[in-house]
Design a protein around this ligand. Structure first.
Ligand SMILES: [Zn+2]
Length: 131
C-alpha cells in the first residue's frame, strides 16, 4: 500500500481549487476519490487562472519560446471562470509521472462518468490533464 493517503491528496487539492466553482470543485474531489480506489493518484495542479496568465500561456509557442499548450486566448478558457482544473498523476512514491498510459485513460473515464468533459478527448490539441 502506498503512503500517499487519500486525505493528503484531498488536502493538496483544496488549496488549488480555492477559486473554482463549487460544483466543479466537488467533482474534482470526487475524481480524486474514485481514482484513488483504482490506485490512480490524482494531484490537482491548477484551477482558476487569471485572464492575464491565460494570455501568457497562449503566447507560448506562438510569440514566446516553448511549445503550444493551449488554443484558448485570455478570456476564452474555462480556467478563467473557475470552471475547469488540471491534474497530474503521481506514482506510488508521490512523484509526478507524465507517462501517458492507461492510468490517464482511466482517469479520463472516471471524470466523464461523473459529468466532466475531458481534454484527452479533444482532437485539435489533446489536453490530458484538463477537466
Ligand atoms: Zn486546463
Amino acid at each position: 500500500m502506498s503512503d500517499l493517503s487519500l486525505d493528503k491528496l484531498l488536502k493538496k487539492a483544496e488549496h488549488k481549487l480555492h477559486d473554482v466553482h463549487e460544483v466543479v470543485r466537488e467533482k474534482a474531489y470526487e475524481l480524486i476519490q474514485q481514482a484513488y480506489k483504482e490506485s490512480i493518484f490524482v494531484m490537482v495542479t491548477e484551477g482558476f487562472r487569471s485572464i492575464e496568465h491565460q494570455h501568457k500561456l497562449y503566447s507560448q509557442g506562438r510569440t514566446t519560446p516553448g511549445s503550444i499548450v493551449t488554443n484558448a486566448k485570455g478570456g476564452y478558457s474555462y480556467h478563467n471562470y473557475g470552471l475547469s482544473f488540471d491534474i497530474a498523476l503521481l506514482d506510488k512514491n508521490g512523484e509526478v509521472d507524465w507517462t501517458i498510459n492507461r492510468r490517464w485513460t482511466k482517469a479520463g473515464e472516471i471524470g466523464k462518468r461523473i459529468g466532466l468533459e475531458w481534454g484527452g478527448d479533444w482532437t485539435s490539441l489533446k489536453d490530458y490533464p484538463h477537466f
